[in-house]
Design a protein around this ligand. Structure first.
Ligand code: ARG
Length: 468
């Protein structure tokens, strides 16, 4: 064996040449998967405990392994750990450090396990924690929206369809529409967590192991809900990461939609809101500028997360069973999606309370554009006219009002009478913006009464979500 190179690689036994430097650089993942260290160690400690419980390792060996891994965790957390590219990934770095620290028993930790089931386990443990963090952040944004909706339950602005004035609505109602979007996202995260929380460990490389392992015991220690039912699927499956990125993409799509509205509302031609200076930035050339860069960046980052989802779908699309090294690439997309969503949610939790609502501007805008034309049509229907005829009559009335340069409420009864019979004095109350919103007083409607009820329900959802 004189020609044999000295190897640091835990898999080096079969090899007679040292790994080429470029190959080492090309194949390493520790530069990004080091992030999994805490979950890798947690998984290894549970695995070691199971090996002791089943008699595969002795109590003494188990104890040394657990103490060694705990010390390594501290070393990493205090920034003292020397990550080595030659040791490829987080798993081999930690295992080598363990062997260095405790000797022989360290070499037994990998009994009845493979990096294939190990990495899938680490990733699920890691993502499970991140999903919990993201749910908390999402709920903080939802809380801010519910509070804003409560304060602005009576505030009127023009509701738009096709970006044109449609009907008056309340600002609280508008905020609660955003709340509903995020509520569905929260529920999607909760649901996707169920499929994350299944333990691959015990699948070993692909076929299971001939040691008498107890997977349910390990699963209980790691707080998984169940163990993966098929070893081939367990090591190769990344559906849980794809599903998470799909949920993350929907969250970003929602944040991007509100970003778009915030940017428009900040424009002085709308002038519906202002954002505190702390949440805006300026221009290096135009001294007058105060720009909504945060919403713009959130809108821009949305594409990144969609890209992460597409990258994972493409990563998996042609993979035969079982594990393939392609899967190492999953982390880059997954981590990016997590980081992006977390950054956007945390900035929005601060930005929403920094919104100043300009009620007068909203009201003024709602007064233009014939926003209560539908109310006039509904009034005529209540006097017995079929809706289609009422629609036609009101269309003509609006056309007349435009030509006269008047709002509907500025027409006289005689003028109404030219197009619509049965219009009486009480029409002026109906054409009032507040009358219009107050009249939409049913579940899901824009009336301030309904907004107040919906805010209470939103708060109940958030209170209950904290305990799930
Ligand atoms: N770093 C690898 C990954 O992230 C760990 C699993 C390696 N397994 C193997 N058979 N080479 O996928």
């Amino acid at each position: 064996m004189t020609s044999k190179h000295t190897t640091v690689k835990p898999w080096g036994g079969r090899f007679t040449q040292a790994t080429d430097r470029t190959v080492e650089k090309f194949t390493e993942s520790v530069s990004f998967d080091y992030r999994l260290y805490r979950h890798d160690i947690t998984g290894s400690i549970a695995h070691a405990r199971m090996l002791v419980k089943t008699g595969i390792l002795t109590e003494k060996e188990g104890e040394l392994i657990v103490t060694g891994l705990t010390a390594i965790l501290e070393q990493i957390e205090s920034g003292q750990f020397d990550w080595k590219i030659e040791l490829e990934d987080v798993h081999m770095n930690i295992e080598s450090a363990l062997v260095k620290r405790i000797g022989e028993p360290g070499k037994k930790l990998h009994t009845a396990r493979s990096r294939n089931d190990q990495v899938a386990t680490d990733l699920r443990l890691y993502l499970r924690d991140e999903v919990d963090t993201i749910r908390n952040q999402l709920q903080a944004v939802m809380q801010a929206l519910a509070e804003l909706a409560g304060r602005e339950a009576e505030t009127i602005l023009p509701g738009l369809t096709h970006m044109q004035v449609a009907q008056p609505i309340t600002f609280g109602h508008h905020m609660l529409a955003w709340f509903e979007m995020l509520k569905r996202d929260d529920q999607r995260l909760q649901d996707c967590r169920k499929r994350i929380n299944i333990m691959p460990l015990g699948a070993a490389a692909l076929a299971g192991t001939d040691f008498p392992i107890d997977r349910h015991y390990t699963s209980g220690l790691l707080k998984f809900d169940s163990v993966a039912a098929n070893s081939l699927d367990a090591v190769s499956d990344r559906d849980f990461a794809i599903e998470f990125c799909a949920v993350a993409s929907i969250i970003m799509m929602h944040l991007s939609r509100f970003s778009e509205e915030l940017v428009l509302w900040m424009n002085p031609q709308f002038g519906f809101i202002d954002l505190a200076d702390a949440y805006c930035t300026g221009s290096s050339i135009m001294p007058q500028k105060k720009n909504p860069d945060i919403p713009e960046l959130v809108r821009g980052k949305t594409g990144r997360v969609y890209g992460d989802l597409l990258a994972l779908l493409t990563l998996m699309k042609a993979q035969p069973l079982a594990y393939n090294r392609d899967n190492q690439e999953d982390k880059l997309s997954l981590f990016d999606a997590i980081d992006t969503v977390e950054a956007c949610l945390s900035v929005y939790a601060g930005l929403i309370p920094a919104i100043t609502v300009k009620r007068d501007r909203m009201l003024q805008a709602a007064r233009q554009g014939y926003a209560t034309a539908t109310d006039l049509a509904d009034y005529l229907v209540k006097t017995g006219l079929p809706f289609r005829d009422a629609h036609e009559a009101v269309g003509q009335t609006v056309n007349y009002a435009i030509a006269q340069g008047k709002e509907l409420s500025g027409l006289t009864l005689e003028e109404f009478g030219r197009f619509c019979s049965n219009v009486k004095q009480d029409i002026y109350g109906v054409l009032e913006l507040s009358g219009s919103v107050n009249a939409r007083d049913h579940v899901g409607g824009t009336a301030p009464n309904q907004v107040k009820v919906a805010v209470r329900e939103a708060q109940e959802y958030l209170n209950a979500a904290k305990t799930t």
